[in-house]
Design a protein around this ligand. Structure first.
Ligand SMILES: NC(=O)c1ccc[n+]([C@@H]2O[C@H](COP(=O)([O-])OP(=O)(O)OC[C@H]3O[C@@H](n4cnc5c(N)ncnc54)[C@H](O)[C@@H]3O)[C@@H](O)[C@H]2O)c1
Length: 261
C-alpha cells in the first residue's frame, strides 16, 4: 500500500484568513506568517495606521492582504468587517481572534469602566467575530477553523492586578469549548491558544515602568525568558492546518512551562 504523502499536512496555502488585532503583536505576527504560508489575509484592527502598515508589508512581499478597520466590541463594525473580507476573498476559512487589551488595577480599586472595556473587547469582541464568521461558515457548509487568543491568565491566577483580564480569558476558554461542541456538526473546529507573557506592546511599557513586574513574569516561566510573538505563530499555523483536523475545543498552552508548576 502506498502511504498518503503527508508533506502538505501543515499547509494553509490558498486559504482565506481573517485576523483581528492584526496591527500589532501576536495578531501581526500571525497575519504575516499566514501570508508567508500562502493564505490570503484580512488584517482587522481598530488602528487605521497599523492595519494598513501590516497589510502593506504583506502585499509588498508578494502576499495578498486587505486592511479592515473595526472595533471588535461593536457588532455593526464586526458585521461590516466580515462583509468586506468576504467581498475581497469570497470566503473565510480561518478566523483568528487576537484583538485584546489589558487595564490593570488591584481589584479593590478597579473601576466599572476598566472591567467593562476589557470584557467588551477581549470576550464580547471574540464572541461577536465567532458569531459572524460562524454564520458564514455554517452557511457555506465547508467547515472552518477558529482560533481564539486566550492567556495563561485564563488558566491560573495572576498577581499583577488582572481580575478583569483573567476573567475575560477564562471566558474565552469556556466559550471556545462550548462553540466547539455546538459547531462540531458543521465541521467548524474551535480552539484557543493560551500564551504566557509575550514581548509585545501590551506588556513592554508596563515592564519598562515596573521592572519588578518583569521580574515576576520571568520568575514564573521555567524556560527563563519571555515568549516572542514568533513562538505563538507555530501553534496558530498548526491549529489552522489539516494537521489539527481532529483537534477541537482545546486550549493549547504556550507558556514556557508556566502552568506546569
Ligand atoms: N503579550 C502578552 O503577554 C500576551 C499574553 C497572553 C495573551 N495575549 C493576548 O494576545 C492578544 C494579542 O495581544 P498582543 O500582546 O499582541 O497585544 P498588542 O497590544 O500588541 O496588540 C493588540 C492589537 O489589538 C488591537 N485592538 C485593541 N482593541 C481593539 C478593538 N476594540 N478592536 C480592534 N482591534 C483592537 C490593537 O490596536 C492592537 O493592534 C490579546 O488578546 C492578548 O490578551 C497577550
Amino acid at each position: 500500500m502506498v502511504e498518503k504523502d503527508l508533506r502538505g499536512l501543515f499547509s494553509i496555502e490558498g486559504k482565506a484568513a481573517l485576523v483581528t488585532g492584526a496591527g500589532s503583536g501576536l495578531g501581526r505576527a500571525i497575519a504575516v506568517a499566514y501570508a508567508q504560508f500562502g493564505a490570503r489575509v484580512s488584517c482587522v484592527d481598530i488602528s487605521v495606521k497599523d492595519s494598513e502598515a501590516v497589510c502593506d508589508e504583506i502585499n509588498k512581499n508578494g502576499g495578498d492582504a486587505v486592511a479592515i478597520v473595526c472595533d471588535v466590541s461593536r457588532s455593526e463594525d464586526v458585521r461590516r468587517a466580515v462583509e468586506v473580507s468576504l467581498g475581497a476573498f469570497g470566503a473565510i476559512d480561518i478566523l483568528v481572534n487576537s484583538a485584546g487589551i489589558g487595564m490593570r488595577s488591584t481589584a479593590e480599586d478597579m473601576t466599572d469602566v476598566m472591567w467593562d472595556r476589557v470584557l467588551d473587547i477581549n470576550l464580547k469582541g471574540t464572541f461577536l467575530f465567532c458569531r459572524e464568521v460562524g454564520r458564514h461558515m455554517i452557511e457555506r457548509g465547508e467547515g472552518g477553523r477558529i482560533i481564539n487568543m486566550a492567556s495563561v491568565g485564563g488558566v491560573v491566577g495572576l498577581e499583577t492586578g488582572n481580575a478583569n483580564y483573567c476573567a475575560s480569558k477564562g471566558g474565552v476558554i469556556a466559550m471556545t469549548k462550548t462553540l466547539a461542541l455546538e459547531w462540531a456538526k458543521h465541521k467548524i473546529l474551535v480552539n484557543a491558544v493560551a500564551p504566557s507573557h509575550t514581548r509585545t506592546a501590551l506588556i513592554e511599557k508596563l515592564m519598562e515602568q515596573k521592572p519588578e513586574v518583569k521580574e515576576y513574569f520571568l520568575n514564573n516561566i521555567p524556560l527563563g525568558m519571555l515568549a516572542e510573538p514568533v513562538h505563538i505563530v507555530g501553534p496558530a499555523i498548526f491549529l489552522a492546518s489539516e494537521a489539527a483536523s481532529f483537534v477541537t475545543g482545546h486550549t493549547l498552552i504556550v507558556d514556557g512551562g508556566h502552568t506546569a508548576r
